[in-house]
Every structure is written in structure tokens, then in C-alpha cells.
Design a protein around this ligand. Structure first.
Ligand code: BES
Ligand code: ZN
Length: 844
């Protein structure tokens, strides 16, 4: 892509007057935008996309202009440079793309309705009004909106409504802000309101398809999150209100528009009486994430999109910091350890992955470069590493400096490091740059060589990787004081092992707390020592042992067969996250068995053995006052028991189904998916299929929807699979935003894989037309790569995707995913026999 000149260099807006007239009936927008600013040259450029520009005036004089569609520009020739007020009139279409200004569709009591909302990040404000659509081009905004309004409708925006005159809604002037954070929405909405200690009005808004109490949980979390951040950042929330709005159609997960945060319904509203704890935790962290951005992102914004990671990594860390403060009993950092940490470690081990910080010239490139596991998960891990090095006092002091220095302005990664460095005695930038600018991460090998405890670092790869000698500055966090705080060399000798072991009195460990982004390979002596003590370790450390071993096994550095005997050692743990680590390994073993083989039967027996006692202990229903760990562990062990085809478990699930046959939605949310899946798989019928599909269309409960998706996609009936695939392109049943989960479900189903694979290959063009503009698009390829495991499928994958290698935005994903499948195929070939022997040994 050619280097684009930033439009901000030609014109620097200070204030916008935006008038929009939106007609849902004709799907037309007409608008007039007045922009006051400083023209740096006579020839200036303003962003637009798909706008039919009718006229451009400069200081009330018509001026000539040209539309440069390829570069999203209006090129304007001014009579002179300097302070100028531009007035631009235009029309634009209202499209169903979930970008710019777009409609969301839903039904209440069988009546079809819509809400109009916006999504402007990264570069879609230009589809709504002409503007300098760059994060650095901050200005104030006066918004005025007219629409084909009928009674009972509400309109919301970043700022409160000032007045309504002649059907036009006028909003208060915004603070100085970036275009990508402007938002508004209107339609028939319900709401719940409260006020923070400091007087900020907080509200939650959703369609009337939801019950009123479904808004309560979000309201409480939003209010307390804002109170938390005002204290943590020592910087007040600067707007009069903070609205949270759930939109039925939403391409991302949520969006931090300043004062009007928008969400997928699944990430905001929930039934307070029947939602599983992990879903509540997810919703809470999403809200806390977006509200963290109100300061970090909105008040202080990245200067350019290459620092998008700065926004997202930071918010991704803060969601855990905030929720840990609001709900300490949740131990939410444990969830960080089971979700973000492994996601980052898995993705970042594939050669070809991008670094957290990447150069981008054009925001369109961002969508292509956007890799959640890196920008969010690895980036958050980097900041967690910084937080662990600095401590919260220095972190907060540094942040306060950062906000004071850059509020209502822009900043770069270097500005943050400088502020944090000044608040501590560390050269934060130097340590962090090794993580920020380089892809990948190290495995630190700890071994006893010639009786001396020796450490060495080397880049860790899953699959083929080219070692180019990268090194990192690694915060070691050892339990032995003899290890340095930071390892910045390739190799390091700590001293005589026996002596060290005696003095320290416990097994040698690195990365205690698992806050640094590296894994450890202990040699046999050290690992045996550590494993002997493992039961005494805290849950995060036990999880870490399992997680690091699993990664090492994926990277062919240890054998999966050696992991099998470990499983039963952890199987009776009451710690949820240890069970997560354990069942992740157990589930990975499924790839080594052929369907309906003796090996599969043996693996089922192993699952039965692992889960047996826990199922007996926990049962199907939550006990009053039971621990969070027990609530969260139950689904893991029930799932294992059902995979094992444990008779008792299957019968219990079937009985639960029968007893609730006409009110399936009311089944306890934590186990509902297993009841439904068991029923579909083992007692399925066309009638049940219709009932569930109908419920899917009717319900407003996102958790129930996702359970139905998981159940229906597990059917073994090929006719029903065909009927499901027919629904893939029917947006009245499956919204495009939810399709990926359905596709994944069918593709992961042995009886559905062929049909799903045929569908995506045949209808690739439809998929591209429907979600192609979306960042989710490439993740369809990631989904396929997460499932395929045979040489035949690999060949088919290559045959289909290699011709698409040159498609902008797909290149990296196709290359990486080809490697992912190749690696899995090779792993299975090499280890299948040993793993299956180990399983058969483990069940004796
Ligand atoms: N700002 C992002 C959404 C976004 C990112 C939109 C890049 C366009 C381009 C928002 O804050 C976010 O991170 N959303 C997440 C959910 C979040 C809770 C992890 C998302 O959409 O996945
Ligand atoms: Zn974010």
C-alpha cells in the first residue's frame, strides 16, 4: 500500500457542526457538516466514504472539489490557507454493513423492529459525515439529528440532548475528542439509571425484547467500574453521563464511544437469576474494558493506529484490575490465566506471527493486521509484566502523570513508558521494547549442567520456525534469590544446584505467578522435584505447570504420552483453573484417536476415570452456598462424563430434559448446554430440532442461544445437518455476527465436517460479501485451522486457500494456519501410537 499523507497535515479541525437527516424507510441519509479549522495549505483533503457530495463551501463561498474515491478523500482547493469554515452537503446510503450508521434488526412479540446505531472505529465516521477521520484530529462536535421519528422512540449520543426543535434533536457540545468515538442511536429503548458517588449519570439501554431486570447486572458493574477508575486513575470522568447500549447487530464485541458505549447484547444484558457465573464474569470484564477506555483511549488517545495496541492492551489489563477490585471473590486473575495467557502463548508461538507494535500507513491495513491474541492477550500480558515490575503505587502515579500530560490529546507508547519510568526507577521502555517490537517469546530452559543450575533462553515455536537469535529482557520471578530480576543474556549459570536446592529448601521455579510472557522447560531432575511438590502449590502454579507442558508437547519438546499419566494426579483438585488445565490436555488427546475405534473407547474410559469422583461430588445442581470453584468446575466434569458416555450422567441429563421439556430455557444455565447436547445427540428427533431452532429465534437470552447452537450443531443426523447449513445464510434465524459459532460447531462435528467444509468453500463469496469488511472474517480461517487434523484435509485446505494468498488481509492468516494444520498432522503421526499406549496404561 502506498504511503498516505495524513489529512491532518493539511487541515486541522477545531469544531464540527453536524446535521443528519436519517430515513429508515428509504435507507437514505442526508447531511450538512460544517467544519471550522486551520488549513495548513491551500490544497486540503477531508475524508469521506460512499458519500454523494453535493456542494462544498469555504467561508460561505462555493469552492471546487473532487472526490478521490480510492483514497476516501474530498480534495478541496481553497482560496487561501489559514482559518477556514467548510460547509459540505451530501447524501449517503444507510447500509446493513454494521459499519458507519447502520440498522440493527430484532423482534418483539413477533413484530419486526429496528434500532439505528453507529460503529465508527477504526475509520467509518467518514461514512456518516465528512471529517478528518484520524485519531489525532481531535475537535469538539455539535450534533443535530432528525429522523423519521414515531412516538415512544429514544435518541442517545455522547452528550445529553440540549433541545428538540422542529423534530431535530440537538446535543450539547462534546469535549475535544476523536471522530472514531462519536456515536448515536435511536429506536424504542428501555433503560435503567443510577448515579455514581461523583455525580455521573450511568444508564443501561436495550431493546424491549428484554426483561427489565436483565439490565440490572450491567448497571451495577458500570457504576462501580466508573467509581473504581475515578479513584484508580485519580482523574474524574469528564462527561455528564455514561450510557451503555446493547445493539442486536454488532460486529465487534463492544465499543468504547465516549459517553455512549455500545455492546453486543450477549455482552451487556443477562438474566440475573439464571446466568452461569462465567458468563456474568465475562459481561463484567467487557463493561470494565470499555469503561477503562473512557480514560485510556478516549481522554488520551493513540496518536496513530500503529499504537492501537496501546489502547487495547491497556484496557485488556485494566478489565481484570477493575473487576478484581469490584468482585474480589471471583479471583478474576485466574481467568486471565486460563484465557488470555494460553491464547497469547499459543498464537505467539507460530512463526510468521506479528509483533504487538506494527507499522500501519492506512487504517484499512489495521483490520488486516488485527490479531486479537496478540494485540489484546499478549499486549495485556506485557502490561501485566510491567505492573508486576512496578507495583500498583508506581503504576498509578505514572498513569496520573500520563493523563495530566496528555488529556484531550494524543500519546504514543513511548509517552506511556516515559510516564511510568519517571514514576519508578526502571527503564521501562528498554525492557518493554524487546517484547513490543519482536514477534514470539522465549522458552527458558532450566537444567543442571555439570552440577550447575543453568538457564538459557531461545525463541519457542510450535511447528517449523526460523530461529533468528531473538532475545528478550525476561522478568524471571524466580523463587530462588540467586536468579536475577531480569535475564537479558542468552545463558546464565546460577551456581551449584545441590547447594542452591539445600539453601532454598524448595524446588527451583521460574515465572512464579505466571505474569511474564515466557514458558519454562525444566530438565528431568528439576521437573521431578517440582511435580513431587505440585499438590502443595497454589492453583495458578499448578495450572502453569500443565499449561507449559501442553505447549511444550505441541512444540515437540516433550511427548504428549508423558503428559497422560500426570492427568490423574490433578483430577481431584477442587480448584477450577487446575481442572481447566487438566481438561485442556485431556481434550487435546482426542485428536490422536479415530472415531469409533478401540482407542477412542479407551480415551472415553480415561475421561470417565478422571471425572468420576468429581461428578459424584458435585452432581448436576448447584448447592446453596457452594464455592465459585465448584460452580465453575461442574460443567467441566459433566462434559467429561458425557464424552465418556457415562450411563449415569447420560440418564441424569435425559431426566433433566424430560422434566423441563416445555421450559428448557429455565434449566440451570450452567448445565443447560450439556442437557441439550446430550438430548440432541442421543435422543434427537426432527421435532426436538424444530423446537430448539424455534426457541433460538424467539429467545432474547444470549446464553440460551449459544447453548442451542452448541446442541444443534452436535447432531449426528445428516439430514438435520443439511437443514442447519441451509439456515447459515438466513439472517432472520442466524445473524451474521453469530454465524461463526454455528460454522465451528458443525465443522468440529465428525458427522458434519464435510457439509460445513463444502458450504464454506462453495459460498466463500457470500461470506466475503456479508462479513468481509469485518475483522472477524479472517477468523473463519483460524476456526478451520483449529479443527483440521488429517493430511487429506490439509491438502484440501491448501488447495482452497493457497490461491487466495494474495488477497490483502488474508495472506498472513493463510500462511500461519497452513502451518498450524501441518504441525498438528505431523504431531499426530509421530505420537499417535505412544499416546494411545499411554492412555491404555492409564486406565489399567
Ligand atoms: N475498541 C474495541 C473495538 C474495536 C477494536 C473496534 C478495533 C474496531 C477496531 C473495543 O474496546 C474492544 O476491545 N472490544 C472487544 C471486546 C472487549 C471486551 C475485549 C471486541 O470487540 O472484541
Ligand atoms: Zn478495547
Amino acid at each position: 500500500m502506498t504511503e498516505l499523507k495524513r489529512f491532518y497535515e493539511t487541515f486541522q479541525p477545531t469544531h464540527y457542526n453536524i446535521y443528519l437527516d436519517i430515513n429508515r424507510e428509504t435507507k437514505q441519509i442526508s447531511g450538512t457538516t460544517t467544519i471550522s479549522g486551520d488549513a495548513k495549505t491551500q490544497a486540503i483533503s477531508i475524508h469521506q466514504k460512499d458519500l454523494a457530495v453535493e456542494s462544498v463551501q469555504a467561508d460561505d463561498q462555493a469552492v471546487s472539489f473532487t472526490l478521490d474515491r480510492e483514497n476516501d478523500a474530498i480534495r478541496i482547493e481553497l482560496p487561501q490557507a489559514g482559518e477556514t469554515t467548510l460547509t459540505i452537503t451530501y447524501t449517503a446510503p444507510l447500509t446493513d454493513s454494521m459499519m458507519g450508521i447502520y440498522p440493527s434488526y430484532y423482534e418483539v412479540d413477533g413484530v419486526k423492529k429496528q434500532i439505528i446505531g453507529t460503529q465508527f472505529e477504526t475509520n467509518f465516521a467518514r461514512q456518516a459525515f465528512p471529517c478528518v477521520d484520524e485519531p489525532e484530529a481531535k475537535a469538539t462536535f455539535d450534533l443535530a439529528i432528525k429522523f423519521d421519528e414515531h412516538p415512544g422512540e429514544t435518541i442517545l449520543s455522547n452528550m445529553p440532548e440540549k433541545e428538540v426543535k422542529d423534530g431535530v434533536h440537538y446535543f450539547d457540545t462534546t469535549v475535544r475528542m476523536s471522530t472514531y468515538l462519536i456515536a448515536f442511536a435511536f429506536g424504542e429503548l428501555q433503560s435503567k439509571m443510577t448515579t455514581t458517588k461523583s455525580g455521573v449519570k450511568v444508564g443501561v439501554f436495550a431493546t424491549k425484547a428484554h426483561k427489565a431486570n436483565e439490565l440490572d447486572f450491567a448497571l451495577d458493574i458500570a457504576k462501580r467500574s466508573i467509581e473504581f477508575y475515578e479513584d484508580f486513575y485519580q482523574t474524574p470522568y469528564p462527561l455528564p453521563h455514561s450510557w451503555q447500549l446493547a445493539l442486536p447487530d454488532f460486529s465487534a464485541g463492544a465499543m468504547e464511544n465516549w459517553g455512549l458505549v455500545t455492546y453486543r447484547e450477549a455482552y451487556l444484558v443477562l438474566d440475573p437469576d439464571n446466568t452461569a457465573l462465567n458468563m456474568k464474569q465475562l459481561v463484567a470484564t467487557v463493561i470494565a474494558h470499555e469503561l477503562a477506555h473512557q480514560w485510556f483511549g478516549d481522554l488520551v488517545t493513540m496518536k496513530w493506529w500503529d499504537d492501537l495496541w496501546l489502547n487495547e492492551s491497556f484496557a485488556n489489563m485494566m478489565e481484570y484490575v477493575a473487576i478484581d477490585a469490584l468482585e474480589p471473590d471471583w479471583h478474576i486473575w485466574e481467568t486471565f490465566q486460563t484465557s488470555e495467557a494460553p491464547a497469547a502463548l499459543r498464537r505467539d508461538a507460530t512463526d510468521g506471527v506479528q509483533s504487538v507494535h506494527v507499522q500501519v500507513n492506512n487504517p484499512a491495513e489495521i483490520d488486516a493486521l488485527f490479531d486479537g491474541a496478540i494485540v489484546y492477550a499478549k499486549g495485556a500480558r506485557m502490561l501485566v509484566m510491567v505492573r508486576a515490575l512496578l507495583g500498583d503505587d508506581a503504576l498509578r502515579a505514572g498513569l496520573k502523570k500520563y493523563f495530566d500530560a496528555h488529556h484531550y490529546g494524543n500519546a504514543t507508547g513511548a509517552d506511556l513508558w516515559a510516564a511510568l519510568g519517571a514514576a519508578s526507577d526502571l527503564n521501562v521502555g528498554e525492557i518493554m521494547n524487546s517484547w513490543l517490537e519482536q514477534p514470539g517469546y522465549p522458552v527458558v530452559t532450566a537444567s543442571v549442567v555439570n552440577e550447575r543450575l543453568t538457564l538459557s533462553q531461545q525463541q519457542f515455536f510450535i511447528g517449523d520456525g526460523k530461529d533468528v537469535g531473538r532475545q528478550w529482557q525476561i522478568p524471571l520471578n524466580s523463587n530462588y534469590e540467586d536468579a536475577p530480576k531480569i535475564m537479558d543474556q542468552k545463558q546464565l549459570v546460577l551456581g551449584n544446584y545441590k547447594e542452591l536446592r539445600r539453601v532454598n529448601g524448595e524446588p527451583f521455579r521460574l515465572n512464579v505467578g505466571n505474569n511474564s510472557h515466557f514458558i519454562v522447560k525444566y530438565d528431568q531432575t528439576l521437573l521431578a522435584d517440582l511435580l513431587a511438590e505440585a499438590p502443595k502449590l497454589d492453583a495458578i502454579s499448578q495450572l502453569q505447570i500443565l499449561q507449559d507442558l501442553r505447549l511444550l508437547a505441541e512444540g515437540h519438546q516433550v511427548s504428549y504420552a508423558d503428559l497422560v499419566p500426570l492427568l490423574s494426579k490433578f483430577a481431584d483438585s477442587h480448584a477450577y483453573i487446575v481442572n481447566v488445565g487438566l481438561y485442556r490436555i485431556a481434550n487435546e488427546l482426542k485428536k490422536f484417536v479415530t472415531p469409533d475405534s478401540t482407542e477412542e473407547q479407551q480415551l472415553r474410559t480415561l475421561f470417565d476415570k478422571l471425572s468420576d469422583k468429581q461428578v459424584a461430588r458435585l452432581g448436576w445442581t448447584s448447592q446453596a452456598g457452594e464455592s465459585n470453584d465448584d460452580q465453575l468446575t461442574r460443567p467441566l466434569v459433566l462434559s467429561a462424563a458425557l464424552y465418556a458416555k457415562n450411563e449415569k450422567a447420560m440418564t441424569a441429563a435425559h431426566e433433566l430434559f424430560t422434566a423441563n421439556h416445555d421450559k428448557l430455557e429455565t434449566l440451570p444455565a450452567a448445565v443447560r448446554v450439556f442437557v441439550l447436547r446430550n438430548e440432541v445427540k442421543n435422543f434427537g428427533s426432527a421435532e426436538l430440532f424444530d423446537q430448539l431452532l424455534n426457541d433460538y429465534r424467539q429467545t432474547a437470552d444470549a446464553s440460551y442461544k449459544s447453548d442451542i447452537c452448541a446442541a444443534l450443531t452436535s447432531t449426528t443426523d445428516k439430514t438435520l445437518i443439511g437443514r442447519l447449513i441451509d439456515k447459515f445464510e438466513d439472517a432472520d434465524t442466524i445473524k451474521p455476527q453469530d454465524l461463526r459459532a454455528w460454522f465451528r460447531g458443525v465443522l468440529a462435528n465428525d458427522d458434519g465436517q464435510q457439509a460445513a467444509w463444502d458450504w464454506i468453500r462453495n459460498d466463500w463469496q457470500w461470506l466475503e460479501d456479508t462479513v468481509g469488511g469485518d475483522m472477524e472474517f479472517t477468523t473463519y480461517i483460524t476456526v478451520i485451522a483449529g479443527i483440521f487434523k488429517t493430511a487429506d484435509r490439509l491438502a484440501e485446505f491448501k488447495a482452497f486457500f493457497e490461491p487466495k494468498l494474495a488477497t490483502p488481509g488474508l495472506t498472513r492468516e493463510i500462511k500461519m494456519d497452513t502451518k498450524v494444520i501441518e504441525t498438528r498432522v505431523a504431531l499426530i503421526k509421530n505420537e499417535k501410537q505412544a499416546v494411545n499406549e499411554a492412555v491404555s496404561e492409564a486406565i489399567k
